[in-house]
Design a protein around this ligand. Sequence first.
Ligand code: SF4
Length: 300
Amino acid sequence: MKCDKCNREAVIFQKYSSAHLCKDHFIEDVERKIKRDIRKYRMVEKGDTIAIALSGGKDSSALLYILHKLFNNRQDIHLVAISIDEGIHGYRDKTLKRARALTEKLEVPHVIKSFEDAFGDSLDDLLTGGKACSVCGVLRKNLLNKTARENCATKLGLGHNLDDETQTILMNYLRADIDRMMRMIPNNRQTGLVPRIKPLRSIPEKEIALYTYLHDSPLDVDRCPYAPDALRNDVRSLLNDYETAHPGTKYALLKGFEKIIESLKQTHTITPVKKCTECGEPSGRSNICKTCQLLKKPSN
Ligand code: SF4
């Protein structure tokens, strides 16, 4: 198959746009969409220090690579990578090795924080029947936010791709959780957390994988031994089946969500985020944050 734009060999057929693209035009297409979203949602502004949550997986590695490519020459924008070592035996050590190699190659400052140092135990040791991903998600969010703040970050960049974003939208619809939907607005500043940005939100997961592969990044073959939660798995399969049968479904869902959010902004006010009475961190709708509830002791 030949590229629709230059007649060179195509590396991808995008079913949703019916386009065949060669390596250069594919990379250009991915980066164009990312730049468009960064501008549209003012994800990056003059003077920003962007902390990138870097797990070492394909999405966060692609995010660091692209933000470095776009902003490395800007004197007024600073990047710092933050990796969280949850303490997952046989898994996180491998992804952290890749994260370290990338930050060294790009010469981006890299901060690594562990659950063990921050909370006294690794994830493996903390799990006593609780769902791994729920515990991990709560503690990682807390530690990422604190570390971003300690490093004077004005934005926290997450490598969420189109698949992650549409799964979360659908899960929030299924739970009828309007507050969470409102908090998904890119660059939302009302959460009490360092504002989170998701520059990859319009790029399908498979395209991120191809983008990293074309940049000679090592393949992301390691998988966390703790299974992702059941609802997300079901939603992922459902959306992938729909996308196969009806290409463009994920983009339609994302666009529909953006229209709904515009209407909701007129009628719905996000419930103000409380501060945890134990540790002072943002605690959502409760008086005690989920981290303190999980650890059952005041955090520092
Ligand atoms: Fe944590 Fe679950 Fe992700 Fe594993 S799969 S790193 S336990 S959130």
